[in-house]
Design a protein around this ligand. Structure first.
Ligand code: ACM
Length: 415
């Protein structure tokens, strides 16, 4: 069969599949835009290699590419190789949107893997929604989102804060100082923290937001000294994490009396700042590099072998890795069907994978992921000592702190 005819049949099959499940007109018009062809499955890789969040996003790029390499080496997906198209969105939301458009319309990728910040995810959303593509997002985030064009594999607040905030109150006290980078994620995440603190009789003694890339914390630290919180609750991201920890120590503050409790400080930022600056502070996440499981040993060993013996894995690179396997399983499940983003989305529901953190599963109700919350205390050697861990995987509830709203496969509904 000549290739024009084969492509025509592929496009017709895509159109047929789209019509039969009633996708909106825009998808039908663009049915030939993104489907696997030519014996390969093309995917876009959209993690910043430069700019203020490259400190963490480089590790997401690396973990994602490692998973693709492993899958291809083992025969690919139903005999097809995954072909990654890598872009550098440079920690800039507008560049994320521009590169996403190029990957969807130009390269015709059937899925994109990408983003650390919620600001960059929000910038990509209109692109994947308009062209009915699929965005695999591995980062912990604030919840309150229910896109039909995103698979969310990072933690939402009920998987990160639900146990953490009560644990902090019990062990350190009720006075919290909230510090975050100035964008949607820290503000929303801090709103959840405030809701929890109110239930626990706690108190917010200060709340401060600094620009992305901020590196001068002396005035914030002075306010912290003045207000004497029991806990500094941090959602500062990127390079700023390093500056904050170093300046905290230089100011003579003591983690045993006033620890930082973070949702965004991982082994990666600690490697950049030096373990002595993180020692004694706490992070809540579903994954730590020190977690003892055969799958994690394999993941860490493979990562070090590929990228160097000093490299660390972290709670965002792990989902960046396992979500590629969930994608593989979804495409595999499609078998002979045409491989289009909406079909991949449906095939991903209920997919399970034995990840380094434990068995994870995509919840068909909301396309978020069941995860294994843990609390870790940072050690001088740059690793976390795991001091609490959930005995079961925890259902993702993206609207958990906001009763009355619920995410469904058809979108947001009033409960
Ligand atoms: C984040 O912006 N979701 C870390």
């Amino acid at each position: 069969m000549n290739s024009t005819r084969r492509n025509f049949l592929k496009a017709s099959a895509a159109l047929g599949a789209a019509c039969s499940v009633g996708f909106p007109d825009i998808w039908i018009k663009n049915a030939s835009l993104a489907h696997a062809a030519g014996g390969e499955v093309k995917v876009g890789i959209l993690y910043s290699l430069t700019g203020t969040t490259a400190i963490i996003e480089k590790s997401l790029n690396q973990a994602c590419l490692m998973a693709i390499e492993e899958i291809n080496a083992a025969g690919g997906i139903n005999g097809m190789q995954i072909k990654p198209v890598v872009e550098d969105p440079a920690s800039d939301p507008a560049t994320f949107a521009e590169k996403a458009r190029k990957l969807v319309l130009g390269d015709k990728c059937v899925s994109l893997f990408g983003s650390y910040t919620s600001a960059s995810r929000k910038a990509v959303l209109p692109v994947v929604e308009k062209y009915h593509n699929l965005y695999w997002y591995p980062t912990l985030y604030e919840g309150r989102e229910c896109s039909q064009n995103v698979i969310y594999t990072g933690a939402v607040p009920n998987q990160q804060q639900q146990d953490f905030v009560p644990w902090l109150v019990k062990n350190f006290g009720k006075k919290f100082y909230l510090i975050g980078s100035n964008y949607i994620y820290p503000k929303e995440e801090n709103n959840v923290c405030k809701i929890l603190l109110k239930r626990l009789g706690g108190e917010v003694v200060g709340e401060e937001y600094v620009p992305l890339g901020h590196s001068e914390f002396s005035s914030v630290i002075q306010k912290i000294k003045d207000t004497q919180p029991n806990v500094i609750f941090s959602t500062v991201v990127g390079d700023s994490v390093v500056a904050l920890h170093r300046q905290y120590k230089a100011a003579g503050l003591d983690p045993a009396k006033m620890p930082m409790a973070s949702l965004t400080t991982s082994e990666e930022e600690i490697a950049a700042m030096g373990g002595e600056f993180a020692e004694g502070h706490f992070t809540s996440a579903p994954y730590f590099m020190s977690y003892d499981s055969p799958e994690n040993q394999k993941f860490v060993a493979a990562f070090k072998k590929k990228y160097g013996p000093d490299k660390v894995t972290n709670f965002v690179s792990e989902p960046a890795y396992f979500q590629v396997y969930l994608f593989k399983q979804a495409v595999e499940k499609l078998g002979g069907k045409d491989i289009t983003p909406p079909e991949i989305r449906k095939a991903s529901w209920d997919q399970e994978f034995k990840a380094p953190q434990g068995v994870v599963k995509i919840d068909p109700k909301n396309s978020h992921t069941y995860l294994w919350p843990k609390i870790g205390e940072a050690q001088r050697n740059g690793q976390f000592k795991i001091i609490e861990q959930s005995k079961e995987s925890i259902e993702p509830k993206p609207y958990w702190a906001y009763p009355g709203q619920v995410c469904t496969p058809e979108g947001l509904k009033q409960a």
